[in-house]
Design a protein around this ligand. Structure first.
Ligand SMILES: [Zn+2]
Ligand SMILES: [Zn+2]
Length: 270
């Protein structure tokens, strides 16, 4: 399998040493991995944002030899968050380096005049109708990101539930947002953007992002491009929960997964 979503010490929220990620990945028998450090495009100046990706590229170049020994395919990518705020920044950076994959995501939404981080926000303070507005805004931002940004993969489509349901234990009517989710699925299928199955919530909260419900809907709508990513921020989480995730993916009727090289999808059987 390929782990198509990993953070190294070039990301602000990771101290992962690339060599340790490589040893972990080859130790558990992965075929390949992608470094996808954060390009947080919420701010306005390009150089501020691009620096982590330039550091990530250096990590990639420095690690190629080490990855070649266990015949691990090492890929270079980035996780572009907030692309819609400054789409031109993203475009410029995408043209500067030889990316294998660009994954798009939303980690912050615009709420009451400022960017609010999903990671930091305490959803327990919101009354139900405001919570609904918040969730809707998240999906609208993700839709816009997929619609306006040149990305290959839609990362952790229902990330907001990691925080609302997982972290804060709030039980809300997720079904009410099915249309928002399906609109994104329809869009990414039309644009040949892959759907990522992200395993970073498995150990703590017991669910993949997305889970079987959304995966089956994606399949029924004709979606085929599927990647898997651990979103590990420490080397020990590389390939985390891939075994159970694979079984779940198969149970939804998928027989292939994809990795990206030079921003093109390549299938492998499961
Ligand atoms: Zn993310
Ligand atoms: Zn990530």
């Amino acid at each position: 399998m390929f782990d198509m979503h990993l953070h190294t010490n070039a990301s602000h929220d990771s101290k992962a040493v690339p060599g340790e990620i490589i040893r972990m990945a080859s130790g558990i028998g992965l075929s390949g991995i992608a470094f996808t450090d954060h390009f947080d495009n919420y701010k306005s100046t390009e150089e501020n944002n691009a620096l982590p990706i330039l550091n990530s590229y250096r990590n990639f170049l420095d690690s190629r030899e080490e990855a070649a020994r266990p015949k691990l395919r090492l890929l270079f990518g980035m996780e572009a968050g907030g692309g819609i705020r400054n789409p031109d920044n993203l475009k410029r950076l995408a043209g500067r380096l030889p990316f294998d994959v660009i994954i798009g995501s939303v980690h912050e939404i615009y709420y009451r005049g400022e960017n609010v981080s999903l990671y930091d926000f305490d959803f327990r303070t919101l009354p139900p109708e405001t919570l609904a507005l918040f969730v809707e805004t998240y999906y609208r931002d993700l839709y816009a990101t997929m619609n306006t940004c040149d990305v290959d993969v839609c990362a952790h489509i229902d990330l907001i539930d990691r925080y609302i349901v997982g972290k804060h234990g709030i039980d809300y009517d997720r079904g009410a947002f099915r249309e928002c989710v399906e609109a994104i699925l329809e869009l990414i299928i039309a644009k040949n953007i892959a759907l990522e199955v992200n395993t970073s919530s498995c150990a703590a909260y017991g669910f993949t992002m997305p889970g079987p419900g959304i995966l089956r809907a994606y399949k029924a709508m004709g979606g085929e491009l599927l990647t898997v990513g651990s979103d590990a921020h420490v080397p020990g989480n590389t390939g985390g929960s891939f075994g159970e995730c694979l079984e779940m993916i198969k149970s939804c009727g998928f027989r292939r997964l994809f990795y990206y090289s030079a921003r093109k999808p390549f299938a492998y059987g499961i």
